[in-house]
Design a protein around this ligand. Structure first.
Ligand code: NI
Length: 185
């Protein structure tokens, strides 16, 4: 089932999310819905708060994003903890399904070590680099209540203010279902 994506300005996007307990009701169904919602919106990552559920879970599928020859990866991260971030920050022009039509250059470190549970609550600890690390860092931010617009300069943010407000109101061109916090009823 495709879920509506919560737009910029909804308080759920600013709230640190809660850990997921094993036995969480309908978890497998929810994960399937997350993948479906993300693919439908042509996204490479989606965090639970973006569909209005404040739990520490996100899905990633970068297959569409990887250059030819690179396999891409698909993974659900439950209760993830980034243990380490390393290397010289690099810039990438990031976007977000909750903030359609806006992309900004964001600096992040290139290498991460992360511990997480998969959909069966089996624990993993893995390292990721480059674009995979970038996607994970962006989604991880979501479960901490952080958006990429929180990483840009105050000046840049002032310049985007009107556009961000329009997104909250639903005045934006988007081809997937969204829920806008300031939409007129
Ligand atoms: Ni995002």
């Amino acid at each position: 089932m495709i879920l509506p994506v919560v737009a910029y300005g909804d308080p759920v996007l600013k709230k640190p999310a809660k850990p997921v307990e094993p036995g969480y009701p309908h978890l497998q169904e929810f994960i399937a819905d997350m993948y479906e919602t993300m693919h439908n919106a042509s996204g490479v990552g989606l965090a639970a708060p973006q569909v209005g559920l404040s739990i520490r879970l996100f899905v990633v599928d970068s297959s569409s994003f990887e250059k030819e020859g690179s396999p891409g990866f698909r993974q659900v991260f439950i209760n993830p903890e980034i243990k380490e971030e390393e290397g010289k920050e690099w810039i990438f022009n990031e976007g977000c399904l909750s903030i359609p039509g806006i992309r900004e250059d964001i600096r992040r470190q290139p290498l991460i070590r992360i511990r997480f549970a998969d959909e069966n609550f089996v624990l993993h600890e893995k390292t990721y680099d480059g674009m995979q690390a970038r996607i994970i860092q962006h989604e991880y931010d979501h479960i901490e209540g952080i958006l990429f617009t929180d990483h840009i300069s105050p000046l840049r943010k002032r310049l985007l203010k009107k556009k961000l407000l329009d997104i909250s109101k639903g005045i934006v061109d988007v081809d997937y279902r969204m829920k806008f916090p300031l939409a007129k009823k």
